[in-house]
Design a protein around this ligand. Structure first.
Ligand code: AMP
Length: 192
């Protein structure tokens, strides 16, 4: 089993690199952002609540987010895979603690946190481009700025949290998609 977290600021390429890792290592993908956007497009109760936070660039409250994740893990637990890649979760220290406890219930743990480190001006450029191409509602300049603020305040401390546990793999995320995925795959391969 190889459970991974793909970690980094908004726009760092988490989704793109997750797709590569899923194929390479046979992992399930849990993207909390995609999950919430799916609820929004279906107009569910959760979608309505999520939209009110996402559109402002804020985080969904931890207790709600942890419940959503626990439900998703429960649904996936019987299907065969070599592990899970958590994309966009955890985003706060309480979420990281909750994830640890949830995995413990299944005698599992996080092996590696893949940290995509990208310069801030590059992040903004990528998100503006993505907004034009995909029409993602939160990829507009005001929301992008707020998401980066929230990232620095609430999510970035997870870097040290996982470094202290010896689980953080720092990855230069400024290169091409291929360069970055080759680097990550060679760093992870010996553990597989
Ligand atoms: P993402 O697709 O990962 O960039 O997520 C898009 C948005 O969904 C974020 O800006 C948050 O508003 C919300 N979101 C996704 N994952 C989480 C999480 N783990 N905790 C709180 N909010 C989240």
């Amino acid at each position: 089993m190889m459970n991974l977290v793909i970690f980094g600021a908004p726009g760092c390429g988490k989704g793109t690199q997750s797709e590569r890792l899923i194929k390479r290592f046979g992992l399930h993908h849990i993207s909390t952002g995609e999950l919430l956007r799916d609820h929004i497009s279906r107009g569910t109760e959760l979608g309505k609540i999520a939209d009110s936070y996402i559109s402002k660039g804020h985080l969904i409250p931890d207790d709600l987010m942890v419940r959503v994740l626990a439900h998703e893990l429960e649904e996936k637990k019987d299907s065969a895979s070599n592990g899970v890649i958590f994309d966009g979760f955890p985003r706060t220290i309480p979420q990281a603690i909750a994830l640890e406890n949830l995995l413990k219930e299944h005698q599992a743990e996080i092996h590696t946190v893949v940290g995509l480190e990208v310069d801030e001006d590059e992040l903004v450029k990528r998100m503006i481009q993505r907004g034009k191409e995909s029409g993602r509602a939160d990829d507009n300049i005001d929301t992008i700025k707020e998401r980066l603020n929230v990232y620095h305040q609430r999510t970035a401390p997870l870097r040290d949290y996982y470094k202290k546990q010896g689980k953080y793999l720092a990855v230069n995320g400024n290169g091409t998609v291929d360069e970055i995925s080759e680097y990550i795959e060679s760093a992870l391969a010996p553990q597989n």
